[in-house]
Write a protein that binds this ligand. Structure first.
Ligand code: ATP
Ligand code: MG
Length: 558
């Protein structure tokens, strides 16, 4: 309320919206900034919505104002309470709080209807009997003006009577609409008598069966902003051409406030699709396992994949807010989660494609435990006990019988360090009848135990391992990008679905400490990537792991 609020947070990069807000507070145009995030509850939120959430809630937070969560629920046919609940959960998960400011456009239906009657009485709206197709044909094109409807000349009295009867349910769906009477010759098609109300005998998920006429988005949106005292109504660029209509309604109605609309570029992310329609198609056609499939760019999907709210907020800051549409590289989002998890994820050893390693000179039936730090830099993450024994699992591709050039890991006659344990030397292999290697044999050097004085003898390779009798066998899912092309567009975008976007490993052998990891716990599996405990499919003591991201971007050169 006071000038003490009128400051940008130094932590936030500037953008043109923040500049406008700062100027408006400075000049006294507004005392408090009020923004809103207005999802239509017809799907789950995706990473594009996160950009809008971070912008709207971020501006309100940093300028001491408030941000409303408003469900823009004007189309009962496609909306559902399932979506409403998930939207709330995702906004909270991202770290934002609307306090008591949760609203529904449908709660304003009464006021919106009164204002519709007001426009009719002013001679600025009329009931039209043209069909949807005729209305489209009469609208004209970008180069030709529109044609006036033969019903445009109805008197205010006649229109009021028809509008009231529309509301009472006297007419079937599609038989009439209410239109604003603006200008059929306007160069802006949005001003050629846009439809304000349509007849729809449908039960509304929030308003119930109170209505059989429903306002169009363009009519409901700005008036809802005005009712709530929104000062800066921020939307994506495709609404730029709708702005004159947004302003026409505000100017021609006795609204209590005059919000202003500002447009910014929507987020497009490479290797994925973002529109709710396309995401719904993937769900309905069974290409993914629901809205929260870890391959989906939805917030519930990213969450299940192991993305943290911090990483998504960092991403939204890093990409900035501008006014030209572009594609943002998925690699940037992945780098944000790597950076975040690198700082917070405990390390663990997990063998994804196991091969048996027998330490022949280690006493049979015996074992020991190593104390291993959970994080190379952050002591507060503590340490854990890792059991060692004569039979171990190692990664199959850490052994090559005939080593290729530059191979630094295990092959006959060579030495490697077993991470946090001993140096071992490969002595031979076991084979099955077909000649395939079934186990690798080695000997260990007791003098090289990690941490012992003199144990620093250098060998070229360090590999991870898991003690076979102690290992936790757990399903591990390796996820990759949903689509295999950079910018999927066009109607046949589904032909580019990445056939390798999921790989299920059923044979992975993990260090036993991981058995107790709770849902959503995150880890760096050494040398493999970042993984999380799936929040849906895991049960106590039986975690299922999802790969969030590899340690390095393997798509750079593709
Ligand atoms: P979609 O195109 O995915 O169906 P939408 O625009 O229909 O999304 P809404 O529920 O209307 O989805 O969006 C709520 C808010 O989120 C709007 O203010 C919209 O501008 C914003 N938004 C939607 N998609 C993106 C995106 N890709 N980037 C930035 N903001 C977005
Ligand atoms: Mg929309």
């Amino acid at each position: 309320m006071s000038s003490s609020n009128e400051q940008t947070s130094p932590a936030q990069p500037a953008n043109f919206i923040r500049t406008i807000v700062a100027d408006d507070l400075q000049s006294g145009r507004h005392k408090t900034v009020v923004t809103r995030f207005p999802p239509e509850p017809n799907g789950y939120l995706h990473i594009g919505h996160a950009k809008s959430i971070c912008l709207n809630f971020g501006v309100a937070r940093d300028f001491g104002g408030r941000c409303h969560l408003r469900f823009d629920d004007t189309n009962p046919v496609k909306e559902d309470v399932e979506y409403t609940e998930s939207i709330k959960e995702s906004v909270r998960w991202l770290g934002f709080d609307w306090g008591e400011h949760q609203y529904y456009a449908s709660d304003y239906f009464g006021q919106l209807y009164e204002w519709a009657e007001y426009l009719v009485q002013q001679g600025k709206a009329y009931v039209d009997d043209l069909t949807a197709e005729e209305i489209r044909a009469y609208r004209g094109t970008l180069t030709e003006p529109g044609k006036e409807s033969p019903y445009r000349g109805r008197t205010p009295e006649e229109n009021l009577d028809l509008l009231r009867r529309m509301k009472k349910g006297e007419f079937p769906d599609g038989s009439k609409v209410l239109r604003a009477k603006i200008d059929m010759a306007s160069p802006n098609i949005n001003l050629r008598d846009p439809v304000m109300y349509r007849i729809l005998h449908a039960v509304h998920p929030h308003a119930g069966s109170a209505w059989c006429i429903y306002p169009m988005y363009d009519y409901a949106h700005g008036q809802s902003d005005a009712i709530e005292g929104v000062t800066h109504s921020v939307c994506t660029l495709e609404f730029e051409d709708h702005k004159p209509l947004y302003e026409w309604f505000l100017q021609n109605l006795p609204v209590p406030a005059t919000p202003r609309q500002y447009e910014f570029a929507r987020l497009n992310l490479t290797y994925t699709v973002m529109s709710k329609r396309k995401l719904l198609q993937l769900v309905q056609e069974g290409d993914v396992d629901g809205w929260d499939d870890p391959r989906m760019p939805t917030l519930v999907g990213l969450r299940r994949r192991g993305f943290t709210p911090e990483s998504i907020r960092t991403f939204c800051e890093r990409i900035g807010v501008g006014r030209s549409d572009s594609w943002i590289d998925m690699g940037i989002l992945e780098e944000c989660v790597r950076e975040d998890l690198n700082e917070r994820a405990p390390r663990a050893m997990a063998v994804l494609r196991p091969l048996k390693l027998v330490v022949d000179n280690y006493p049979e039936g015996e074992g020991e435990e190593f104390t291993v730090a959970n994080h190379p830099k952050i002591e507060a993450l503590g340490s854990r006990q890792v059991p060692f024994s004569r039979e171990l699992w190692i990664e199959a591709d850490d052994f090559q019988e005939v080593p290729e050039k530059g191979f630094k890991r295990l092959s006959p006659g060579t030495e490697v360090r077993l991470r946090a344990a001993y140096i071992v030397k490969c002595t031979g292999v076991d084979r099955d009848g077909a000649g395939n290697v079934t186990a690798v044999h080695c000997t260990y050097d007791p003098e090289t135990k990690s941490g012992l004085p003199g144990a620093e003898r250098k060998v070229k390779g360090v590999i991870h391992w898991v003690s076979a009798p102690h290992a936790l066998s757990a399903p591990v899912r390796l996820y990759d990008r949903l689509l295999s092309v950079v910018s999927p567009t066009g109607d046949d975008w589904k032909k580019d679905l990445n056939p390798d976007s999921i790989e299920l490993l059923t044979d992975a052998q993990l260090e036993p400490s991981l058995a107790q990891a709770p849902p959503e716990a995150v880890f760096q599996f050494e040398r493999q990537g970042y993984f999380c405990v799936d929040r849906k499919d895991s049960t106590p003591g039986r975690p299922v792991f999802n790969r969030t991201v590899t340690l390095r971007d393997s798509w750079v050169k593709k």
